[in-house]
Design a protein around this ligand. Sequence first.
Ligand code: TYD
Length: 222
Amino acid sequence: MMNRLRGSGKRGFLITFEGVEGSGKTTQMNMLHAHLLRLKVDVIATHEPGGTRIGEEIRRIILNPVFGEMHPLTEAVLYAADRAQHVQEVIKPALDEGKVVLCDRYIDSSLAYQGVARGLGLEAIRNLNEWVTGDLYPDLTVLLEIPFEVGLQRLRKRRKALDRMEGQPERFYAHVQEAYRSLAKLFSARFLVLNGAEPPDRIHHRIMQEVLSLLGLQRSSE
Ligand code: TYD
């Protein structure tokens, strides 16, 4: 039996992970996913861009470094198209079934990268994304903060070839980092801001505390 969350007829929970590249959000999402599965919570983990067949194709275009000429508007609309499909095909159906949905990047990535770092404006990106998601905002957003230089260093160690979004000048990531900080203040009710430089286990513990309280579950005896 899966743990029942919220009464019948109510939707599940959307928990998103945000941060600059190399901030450790994917690791943390995977740790949370495994832990919730051990607690028999009905949970799925997914990611953007991608997470659907169509989304994976869109992802291939957006991140392909040969497309250096991609206009910021094209980029913003492609991320939004990916998100529209992802919400309709994966996220909403899962929430309607009462599941907990963990998502590696979501709306806040578009607000930070396209809205601020690309300079398209928060309002425009917010409107576009509220339209394509039907105003579906996360219940909780975990922001892992790490100096962007450290994140980029981790990234370069991990992989040889950088994708199109990773080949930006350093000031681009400085803008992203600053934007995330502002978003966390603007949406303080749903943001959990953690220091991504701390040991992974300690970060996981903090996330777990927050998530168990969000889900209305007792702390596990693990
Ligand atoms: P990904 O390989 O998922 O990287 P990461 O491990 O950093 O999450 O690449 C996603 C890239 O796309 C990343 O550079 C952030 C960027 N992005 C946006 O600019 N806007 C968005 O809306 C999303 C979802 C991602």
